[in-house]
Design a protein around this ligand. Structure first.
Ligand code: IMP
Ligand code: MG
Length: 178
């Protein structure tokens, strides 16, 4: 069983597993009320959103269809390229459904902005966005996320799905590289 000390040499704990778990449950309660008796297409944004998405959907009690989409704006570095590459196919017809996009973090805002635009062009009008973490100081486009569990200052974080050069995604907590 891995604990919060894993990788302690390279990483400083920033948001613990318990804090994340509590916030995920809080958000799930809000969504369960808001979407009771409704059908929703939940879309996990890969790669970083996978862990948050998996934890969140397990707490949801309304009717859900799942899909994934891959969006990448970061190369292998800590700064965004500004361009967002969207890959993945819509396997389900989202037209009759509400769509909720779930990602790990909103930083410059380019990813959510482009994804929302992409879905709007497909005539989906009810699109909500959820991010685990929001870094509002870093915004480059005018975009407000509908739900963010944590607002943080301009720090580069890893863990709980978030990576640095493909590493540290498996950590059950969020940390900062030392
Ligand atoms: P945005 O398009 O600038 O909002 O960036 C969103 C994407 O950049 C996220 O989905 C992450 O994949 C990546 N990203 C932004 N900030 C961080 C960070 O602090 N750590 C790891 N990845 C990050
Ligand atoms: Mg991402």
């Amino acid at each position: 069983m891995k604990n919060d000390d894993q990788y302690h040499d390279a990483i400083e704990l920033f948001i613990s597993q318990k804090e994340i778990g509590d916030k995920v449950k809080e958000l799930a309660e809000i969504l369960n009320k808001e979407y009771e008796n409704q059908s929703v297409l939940m879309i996990g944004v890969l790669q970083g959103g996978f862990m948050f998405f998996a934890d969140l959907i397990r707490c949801l009690t309304f009717d859900i269809t799942l899909d994934f989409i891959q969006a990448s704006s970061y190369g292998s570095n800590k700064t965004s390229s500004g361009e967002v590459k969207i890959e993945g196919v819509m396997k389900h017809a989202p037209s009759e459904k509400r769509v909720i996009l779930v990602d790990d973090i909103i930083d410059t805002g380019n990813t959510f902005y482009q994804l929302k635009k992409w879905y709007s062009e497909k005539n989906i009008f009810d699109i909500k966005t959820i991010a685990l973490v929001d870094k509002p100081e870093r915004r480059e486009v005018d975009f407000e996320v509908d739900y963010a569990l944590f607002q943080i200052p301009d720090k580069f974080i890893v863990g709980y799905g978030l990576d640095y050069k493909g590493k540290y995604r498996q950590l059950p907590y969020i940390g900062v590289l030392k």
